[in-house]
Design a protein around this ligand. Sequence first.
Ligand code: PLP
Length: 406
Amino acid sequence: MTSLYGSLRVHHNPQAASRETRYGEPALSVINRQRFAEAMADISSWPGYEPTPLHSLQGLARKTGVASLYYKDEGFRFGLDSFKALGGAYAVERLLLDFIRDKDPERKPNIEGLITGQYSDITSTVTVACATDGNHGRSVAWGAQTFGCNCKIYIHSGVSEGRKKAMEAYGAEVLRLDGDYDHTVREIAADAQAKGWYVVSDTSYEGYLDVPRDVMQGYTVMVDEALSQFPDDSLPSHIFVQGGVGGLAAAVCGHLWETLKADRPRFIVVEPDRADCLYQSALAGTPRPATGDLETVMAGLACGEVSLIAWDILATGADDFITLGDDVVGPVMRLLADGVDGDKPVVAGESAVAGLAALLAAGEDPALADALGINRASRVLVIGSEGASDADVYERIVGRSAQDVR
Ligand SMILES: Cc1ncc(COP(=O)(O)O)c(C=O)c1O
């Protein structure tokens, strides 16, 4: 399908569960209410916790031909500039609490004690580690600093100096390796094994499921906030979420399905066309690698393989999968920065706008709107998953700094 927003591929998921289908296994074992309640209780007790804003973009809604458009602005999350602050740091917190219980069952550790350093004799012996292209590593580094353990991070040659510095600012030791993201993942796994570090990854694979499950459950705090911020007890009819390995999309999808049941919105996953692992998996009906070269400006979405536990939810929970090209990114970032028809300016990073871009494309292409069931009655929620997480990249694309925009 071709539109002003570049050429899109759209796949309606033939495996999508009907609205009457109840949320059940295997998705339930990944994202569920009980573990959500634990995540909400923990994360809302962290210093600096505040729900991020849900902006009503009525000007853009009018331009697109929908009843309303809401933008969950994760640029404000814990001063870390992305929703990822909820995931990696939460996994670090849980890992440390388990570790203390294991070492000294008498201690009965709690979060306040972690933050105030009451168990530092134990936590200072722990090193958490991850490979990242930015946002996840920043969350893990911040979690390690907040909860009192050490942190090693491997990045690949394409990760900007700004993102490296942001992780170092939280005390992480960051090592840049030659090669691509997959290489850093293999190297950190090997070094962690050899040196007794604990890998905190945001993606899951055979034999490594528990930590990424905590990461994803942390993300559901954002979904719950968004639901309670929707005005007048109304609910979204559609939600567009961008996908990398699928952890974010699956956390949102699973939480909405379990909470809203048959009233859950139509769920649309959007990816870069060069990093289309979720789209390819949907076509095949089973996990498949991306066909593209992963070279995309949407750095947070440049993932070649789906997370297995994310796929357990999206396989039947997602209604549609869309891919789009990099050419949409700059125009949509600038559109948000300018504000349409009275909308307040919004700072959105390059990995934050894919979902919104797909909606805007539907606003210009009746066939696409029809295919997605978008019309004048639609109430759309998009997840603005990051702000200016790299200030230089943001300014280069938008032509103004995030500060000037705000
Ligand atoms: C800003 C942003 N949005 C979306 C995503 C996609 O999340 P996931 O890889 O869980 O699909 C990422 C991943 O790093 C990200 O940084």
